[in-house]
Write a protein that binds this ligand. Sequence first.
Ligand SMILES: Cc1cc2nc3c(=O)[nH]c(=O)nc-3n(C[C@H](O)[C@H](O)[C@H](O)COP(=O)(O)OP(=O)(O)OC[C@H]3O[C@@H](n4cnc5c(N)ncnc54)[C@H](O)[C@@H]3O)c2cc1C
Length: 540
Amino acid sequence: MIPRRLRAPAPGWVATADVVVVGSGIAGLTAALHARAAGRVMLVTKALLDAGSTRWAQGGIAAALASDDSPDAHYADTMTAGAGLCDPAAVRVLVDEGPQRVRDLAALGAAFDRDPDGVLELTREGGHLHRRIVHAGGDATGAEVERALLAAVAATDDIEVIEHALVLDLLTDSHGHACGVTLHVLGEGTRDGVGAVRARAVVLATGGMGQVYASTTNPEVSTGDGVAVAARAGAEMSDIEFVQFHPTALWSASGGSGRQPLVTEALRGEGALLVDDKGRRVMEGVHPLGELAPRDVVAKQMSRVMTADNVDHLYLDVRPLGAEMLARRFPTLLANCAEVGIDPYVDLVPVAPAAHYASGGVRTDLDGRTSVPGLYACGEVACTGVHGANRLASNSLLEGLVFATRIGAALARELPTPGEPWDAPGTAGVVEASARTELQRAMTEGAGVLRSAGSLEATAKTLRAVAERSDDTAAPESWETTNLLTVATALVNSATCRAETRGSHWREDFPARDDDHWRVRIVQRLDDSGELQAEQVAVR
Ligand SMILES: Cc1cc2nc3c(=O)[nH]c(=O)nc-3n(C[C@H](O)[C@H](O)[C@H](O)COP(=O)(O)OP(=O)(O)OC[C@H]3O[C@@H](n4cnc5c(N)ncnc54)[C@H](O)[C@@H]3O)c2cc1C
């Protein structure tokens, strides 16, 4: 059982806006800029403005901008990656509107890399049959996008921003329509502690849920809050079982408390070897391409070895590359290693597969509407259906841009008119913050890269025990852990349900794709008693 109504302190202050946007990554900032056409906008975000995943994005943004490319070709590549589960109408919107949204972002000030003639440089990534990835600063695309959007928000007077504002729950009226949020602000003056923002529409742009696992490339703020907040309000979630893992993130002993940097595949391309603590090659005899086998093959083999040896990481031996190449080509690796006290010229580099991207989330229509009237979602928290069972590289920033813009336009056309907040009494406490590490470990062990009925049941048992550890302090960390428990439970539920292997969902006990039974999306909803109701919806 997942707590549906949480006991929270009564709001000590109330603010108002027409639209409240939660989150300040690419999706939230874009939504806020466009929602100005609908009225007064308030943007609330739980840490500093640039704390989300956006600024860490490296590769770039995919869009059919080259003369030999087309939205149709981008559509075909996206559908192939999605392994039969993409929503065709959503993909159509993504690829058709994508090029203009990227041009808009450039016009707003994002300095994308260009050739000497000023033409956008486009690169290729896995799964794309054309050069269509726009990038900035080489591999610092996200940082530039975040910078440009923050500058645009700062330059306007009509978006009020509150930082260090953790949204706790949705406010709803007596018909269940969204009419604002409750939030905990670490602030000064009148807006400090628990408060409420009353609004005619709420846009969730809270990013991913990587922190539900012990190893993740996502920053600390990615605790799945938006999915949990929406679920408690009765909204539908979809495709939650599809989480992409990156095979090599830099592992550190403090793992589980923050973002783990990516260790680029290019190192393996240049001859770095994956080994265990005895120096044995992990990929030997597993795949003809060895260390360069597809990402999922490498991540799976690493997980098998880690489970068999009962260890939480393996190693990358980068010494064969030589000092000169390491210094010239891989300064990011050297800097990241230095931060955790590792000398890759001498030491083995500890690595582990890490949760990287959530394809699923709060289910929306093509204008970002969720199943709760007045509640919208965009970016990684949303499930528009564009990714299906596996995201095509660099489609996520694009999804944030395209659908956040559509939400702004939809709100400008029609702003909802909800009633007064209806105060349902809270019945359950949040769970203890200290349960987080145990939850993350259980998720990585049983519901991570490799899954089976047995491993998922073992994880579900741990989650049920965590749910019993109620804590009445209502501290922000406890809310986050409660949110992690909510998304973890939904993830384990849908992963258990999907008895096949497809896209980024790998079942050891059902190793084949099964189109006869599973060309469906698993849509879940939390009922009034806190039970998850799952429905299988055929893909159109
Ligand atoms: C290392 C890395 C590299 C990547 N590379 C690429 C790439 O090259 N191309 C690509 O397309 N994608 C890439 N991705 C994925 C992409 O970066 C994300 O999917 C995207 O940035 C998500 O944007 P967002 O606006 O939805 O969320 P985020 O940028 O994560 O922002 C979420 C915001 O919500 C706030 N928030 C969360 N919970 C609350 C709450 N309860 N109350 C208030 N505020 C809250 C956060 O503080 C944050 O401001 C990468 C991801 C990572 C981690």
